[in-house]
Design a protein around this ligand. Sequence first.
Ligand code: ADP
Ligand code: MG
Length: 249
Amino acid sequence: MITVSIANQKGGEGKTTTSLNLAIGLARRGKRTLIIDMDPQANSTGIFLNPETSSKNLYHVFNKKTKMSEVVQKVYADNLYLAPSSTNLAELEAMNTNSVEAPYLLRDSLQVVEKDFDFCIIDCPPSLSIFTINALVASNFVIIPLQAEKFSVDGIVGLQQTISSIKKRINPNLEIMGALITQLKPQTLLTKTIVPVLNKYFKIFENSISDGVAIGESHLAKKSVFDYNKSSRQAQEYEGFVEEFLSEL
Ligand SMILES: Nc1ncnc2c1ncn2[C@@H]1O[C@H](COP(=O)(O)OP(=O)(O)O)[C@@H](O)[C@H]1O
Ligand SMILES: [Mg+2]
């Protein structure tokens, strides 16, 4: 199983959109894919089921030591599975952070499903909390979705430091696969200035995702952008990104 964190401590950068479309894109290619929704806001869970009525979720894994295999559900399409989040997961974000075990809970819990999946895609919360740390400790790769904007660039140093200290101290296998530019506006001066700045920090995927209504509409329709409108520009761009992702492995 190849595990990939989709991480950025800033909200609204495209983590959930990228997690969903990467995971569904992989499942459509016949890869057995597990989505882990590590965000207590449960946005990706909400695409597939009602987070308030779903029974077992990651809260039970982290708090009650329920096995991951009892929480994972088949959702949406062939080859796609979800470990749901719930809002009460937020309680745990503050708790337990002092225990020696805290950063390893996700990695340990994934061991029982390791053989069942080709890919595990982790949708991280918008923070560098213990949940994001758990995700990075459990991952082979991290992908950083971000907008080509000033405030998006400001946060990346902190993210980069967190990733390098986890790599150094806990998970030497962790690799930054690259940054994916999302919500790209037509070539403005801003974009032209910021992309070279970002390039100094991370490899940038050749494919980027432009800003367009198909994304918001696909979330409302509770579908991937491929199923919502496969001829939309964003569907084609996410297809290109999934192919580029596979070619990086
Ligand atoms: N390429 C895009 N074009 C237009 N809107 C987008 C695009 N990507 C994301 N969005 C919108 O931006 C918002 C934040 O995206 P989301 O994936 O939820 O980010 P995050 O998980 O990082 O907070 C959502 O409302 C989403 O519909
Ligand atoms: Mg999100």
